[in-house]
Design a protein around this ligand. Structure first.
Ligand SMILES: Cc1cc2nc3c(=O)[nH]c(=O)nc-3n(C[C@H](O)[C@H](O)[C@H](O)COP(=O)(O)O)c2cc1C
Length: 177
């Protein structure tokens, strides 16, 4: 399977990066092809709802790093979103990528698997409810099959993460897709 991983953290070596690395290791060991984009280190403009993408055949008004993501996104069999929770939602960096899916709605509908993996400081999964609802709504709208969700509570920093089993859970998730 061709798997696209999109991360949302500005921490190169943060808690969600640990989940991403372990998931990718497991998936690659299982024989999947993985492509990763770190949205926080890319130049991706917010959608401005100009509708140029839907009203013309010339695509998005912004010719930025979404042009690197789009071909991988369109051809992926599975799209995995890995982000910390910021104020009860996904980070603005990964949200910007998702909003820009708008330009390719028609090409993205159907026939993909998807998963969400998050980390956060809080110790209750309810804190991720907004991110999960947004993810589930998007998957439903695009007709993607949700194959996994990892909600990493008590993961405010690396020492806290190391006291949990999310490293192993992420690896096993990748290995067993
Ligand atoms: C702007 C900001 C908002 C945050 N909001 C929340 C929150 O609502 N709930 C929570 O449990 N943790 C929150 N956190 C903590 C992060 O989710 C947590 O530190 C996470 O491990 C960071 O992941 P990273 O190391 O991959 O960047 C917030 C952190 C920042 C910087």
């Amino acid at each position: 399977m061709k798997i696209l991983v999109i991360t949302g953290s500005p921490h190169k070596h943060g808690t969600s990066a640990v989940l991403a690395e372990n998931f990718i290791n497991g998936a690659e060991e299982a024989g999947h092809e993985v492509c990763r984009f770190d949205s926080a280190f890319m130049n991706i403009h917010s959608c401005i709802a100009c509708e140029k993408c839907h009203n013309t055949n010339t695509g998005c008004a912004f010719k930025d790093d979404m042009e690197k993501i789009n071909p991988e996104l369109i051809s992926a069999d599975m799209v995995v979103f890995i982000t910390p929770i910021y104020y009860y939602g996904m980070t603005s960096q990964i949200r910007a990528v998702i909003d820009r899916f708008y330009a390719n709605d028609a090409l993205l509908h159907g026939n993909k698997k998807t998963a969400l993996m998050v980390t956060m400081a809080d110790d209750v999964k309810k804190t991720a409810a907004g991110a999960v609802a947004s993810f589930e709504g998007m998957a439903d709208f695009l007709g993607w099959e949700i194959v996994g969700t990892i909600i990493g509570v008590d993961c405010g920093d690396i020492p806290s993460l190391e006291k949990t089993d999310y490293r192993e859970k992420s690896y096993n998730f990748g290995k067993n897709i």
